[in-house]
Design a protein around this ligand. Structure first.
Ligand code: FAD
Ligand code: SIN
Length: 526
């Protein structure tokens, strides 16, 4: 099937939905999502969204915290844009119906998370993401100009390459004409031609064994853009959240929000001793890279596979009122967080790098935009400050929408694009080839390209990855396309870029810690 549309949006999280809602005022939009529309990382966000709301907070303080977390690798212009537009974008969310918790006097109840010098995180109890996801989804679903196609899987974005024209990473005139998309009803590949296309496909936590990300986070958009010769950067900066609930039988891992540490919970070692002050004067609320590395170190010293979070001193009514989901979830597995220590372990959580974009969400490929976790705007540098990502998605989807509006009417659809060629492909009858390779990839990434790296481990990871890369490409070429094989291929692509970019960075910085480049830093003892 062939479809033509003004705007194609790939992804139904905060980045895709907010962009679609803005464009739909004057354009017809198709939004595709590879699962149910609500199944996104956005939905699982707990802590909230950072914004400068009241005195004594200020733009300068939030900018400074973001730059410190980013280990001076954040782009100062992008940081300034994001933070100075934070309040406007939050107000817009509220207009779309999002309900943030308030104090009895009517002011928003702001939380504090690691690396923030002020209380500035707007939240809806401990399920902020669910609230945002639901309200944006309802608005988009009810919009007459937006068609949401669920379980449609984007395989490749379409460029001149599909017209037989050679392009490479140095080409400055690559144009995006839309995407090839797997249609769940026919099992065939549709061609969706669009004037402008937005990639908002989220992160890639499933490149690792242990992740807080939902199963949709397989790096598809980044891998597609990379194959289309787009520019991808900052991929060595993978953020591990320090406190995923330790519950080995559960995948993905359930998150214990940093806001719990903001409310006073303290990290303790296996013997019940506080340990974070050995590593950082901010203790349990140091920035995430430091806390995750400290936990990793403590686990190596003790030989145990988790540490603890102690929230027993926080009044139980505060816990139940502010963290009802965490309370209920832990109780389900026999842990009463008001009385028991919570076992926690770091898990892959957020990809700071991605498709390089400018301050208007434009990628290096014409008419192709990217926003949200799949994009690298320059905000996060070497490490993301907690709760800055929902904000980033809103700011750059807004800016991308303004830019799209200003160019879209001068863009024509490209009618010469051929349909997807699947001649000679056969059904892959051995799922084991895919499931086993995915496990291999996740083991390689977790064991050699995790929280602490070395040149030897990275080299070994690359050699192992090259084998599964070759095998999977061969399998892909001869197989009828399925979501499973595409996701595996994309995850391997993501692993490859992470390793390559980690090898190129000949220093330890932010989230990328390589023991061959030990670093002396004013704040960090490891
Ligand atoms: P997502 O919300 O992940 O949406 C991606 C969409 O793309 C999905 O609809 C998916 O189906 C679709 N998609 C992917 N590939 C394809 C394909 N090939 N074809 C079609 N569709 C595709 N950030 C904060 O700022 N504050 C927080 O409190 C916070 N808490 C978090 C808690 C958890 C447990 C997690 C996992 C993340 C948290 N984050 C938080 C990070 C934040 O939630 C994400 O970075 C953000 O929601 C990403 O939004 P997005 O729109 O870019 O992607
Ligand atoms: C959390 O609630 O700890 C997650 C916040 C984030 O990832 O920004």
């Amino acid at each position: 099937m062939r479809l033509t549309i003004d705007v194609l949006v790939i992804g139904s999280g905060i980045a895709g939905l907010s962009y679609a809602l803005k464009l739909a005022k004057e354009n017809k939009v198709i939004l595709i999502t590879k699962d149910q529309a609500e199944e996104t990382s956005t939905r699982y966000a707990q802590g909230g969204i950072a914004a400068v709301m009241y005195d004594p907070d200020s733009y300068e303080k939030h900018i400074n915290d973001t730059m410190i977390a980013g280990d001076d690798l954040s782009d100062p212009n992008i940081v300034k844009i994001t933070i100075s537009e934070s309040k406007d974008r939050v107000k817009e969310l509220i207009k779309w119906g999002v309900d943030f918790d308030k104090q009895p006097g009517g002011r928003y109840d702001l939380a504090k998370e690691g690396g923030h010098s002020e209380y500035r995180v707007l939240h809806h109890k401990d399920s902020t993401g669910m609230e945002i996801q639901e309200k944006l989804y309802i608005a988009a679903k009810n919009h007459p100009n937006i068609t949401i196609l669920e379980k449609y899987f984007a395989i490749e974005i379409i460029t001149q390459h599909h017209l037989g024209i050679e392009i490479n990473r140095r080409s400055s005139d690559i144009v995006c004409y839309g995407a090839y998309v797997l249609n769940p009803n026919s099992g065939k590949i549709d061609t969706i031609l669009s004037r402008c296309t937005m990639i908002s496909t989220g992160g890639a936590g499933h490149a690792y064994n242990n992740t807080t990300n939902p199963k949709v986070s397989t790096g598809d958009g980044i891998a597609m853009a990379y194959r289309a010769k787009g520019f991808v950067r900052g991929m060595e900066f993978v953020q591990f959240h320090p406190t995923a609930l330790y519950n080995p039988s559960e995948k993905p891992s359930f998150l214990i929000t940093e806001a719990l540490r903001g409310a006073g919970a303290i990290l303790k070692d296996y013997q019940g001793h506080e340990f974070m002050h050995k590593y950082d004067s901010r203790g349990s609320l140091a920035s995430r890279d430091i806390v995750a590395r400290a936990i990793d170190n403590e686990m190596k010293i003790s030989g145990e596979d988790h540490v603890y979070l102690d929230a027993r001193h926080i009044p139980s009514n505060t816990m139940i009122m502010h963290f009802p989901n965490i309370y209920a979830k832990c109780l389900q597995i026999g842990i009463d967080i008001c009385k028991d220590l919570i076992p926690v372990v770091p898990a892959a959580h957020y990809l700071c790098g991605g498709i390089a974009t400018n301050e208007l969400g434009e990628t290096g490929i014409k008419h192709l935009f990217a926003s949200g976790e799949c994009a690298s705007t320059g905000l996060h540098g070497a490490n993301r400050l907690a709760s800055n990502s929902l904000l980033e998605s809103l700011v750059f989807s807004h800016r991308a929408a303004l830019k799209t509006d200003s160019i879209i009417h001068n863009i024509n659809h490209e009618h010469m694009i051929p349909d997807w060629d699947d001649e000679g492909t056969v059904l892959n009858e051995e799922m084991i080839l895919i499931t086993q390779t995915k496990k291999e990839l996740q083991n390689i990434m977790s064991n050699y390209v995790g929280i602490v790296r070395s040149n030897l481990r990275l080299n070994r990871a690359l050699k192992r990855l090259e084998i599964i890369y070759k095998e999977t490409e061969e399998l892909f070429v001869r197989s009828i396309v399925t979501q499973e094989i595409c996701e595996l291929r994309n995850l391997i692509q993501i692993g490859y870029i992470i390793i390559k970019q980690a090898m190129e960075r000949k220093e330890s910085r932010g989230l990328h810690f390589n023991i061959d480049y030990p670093k002396v830093d004013r704040n960090k003892l490891i």
